[in-house]
Write a protein that binds this ligand. Sequence first.
Ligand code: ZN
Length: 348
Amino acid sequence: MKAVLFRAHGGPEVLEYTDFPTPEPKPGEALIRLHAAALNRMDVLVRKGWPGLKLELPHINGADGAGEIVAIDSPLPEEEGLEVRVGDRVVINANLGCGKCEFCLDGKDNLCANWHLLGETVRGTYAEYVAVPIKQLYKLPKDFDYHSAAAAALVYQTAWHSLVRRGNLQRDETVLIVGAGGGVNTASVQIAKYIGAQVIVVGSEAKKLQMAKSIGADILIDRSKETDWSKSVFLATNKRGVDVVVDNVGATFMQSLRTLRKGGKLLTVGNSAGPKFEIDNRYIFAKHLTILGSTMSTLEEFRAVMNLVVTGKLQPIIDKTYPLQEAASAQERLWKHENFGKITLDIL
Ligand SMILES: [Zn+2]
């Protein structure tokens, strides 16, 4: 098969479009002929590598993908309730739970003790084919676009688990989303509006803020024009503070904590500006704040959120599509925050 792989960690130049053996499905797995893959910032982090990351090189990036089933090794036991056949159109859930540990058995497979993420520690979707466990598949309606499906899978489940399960966001609450352009942030705006919450978005580019407004954001704050944007958020809530903050930047935690009302929650699923930063702990205890971390979602939540996607209640935002061969350019666009919404790869 054709794939984009890397043999050593490094810059975008290590990505190589070349031939690679087509994977073979193991028992309980399906082989998918991919038509679309979607990018995540994690792809670039994996390509660059970090101390302690152990990969079997060459590695293939990509957590998100959609395509059709071309082979199944052995079907799942019937009680799994997931009937898929060769020829079905599917999207992949990248959250690979072992299915056997105490967390998986309790339906919390994103807490799996032996957790893997497709494209991170196992080879992913920047390829013509990928083999994944059948339980990771969601069957798509006949005419649902592969790119929209691939663009939806990781970010909607991540935003849903964070906002709905962890944050328990309610319809009369106000949520602040820090950052206007990324995939999880745009998914968070849409999910918060679907729930009926008021949404404030702080961003640094007028164009991206206008796009955030076009998908439902109620109040926009341009941080390039502010000395302290947390004050503007506070004023926008009539000095009450917001109920929930979504902060996947990290370096902005202190400003985010300042915008919260007493008893408010900060939700985080990542740190796009780097993993280490300072927090003034007085804000946490004196304001009774909660910081809630999470990653990905449960299988049940993934299916629930994909049901909303295929029925049009949540509409994936696609920024730009590149041919698979141009994955390096696609990653550069993502890494430089030039995108609004998801970047996808077209796999012919
Ligand atoms: Zn497990």
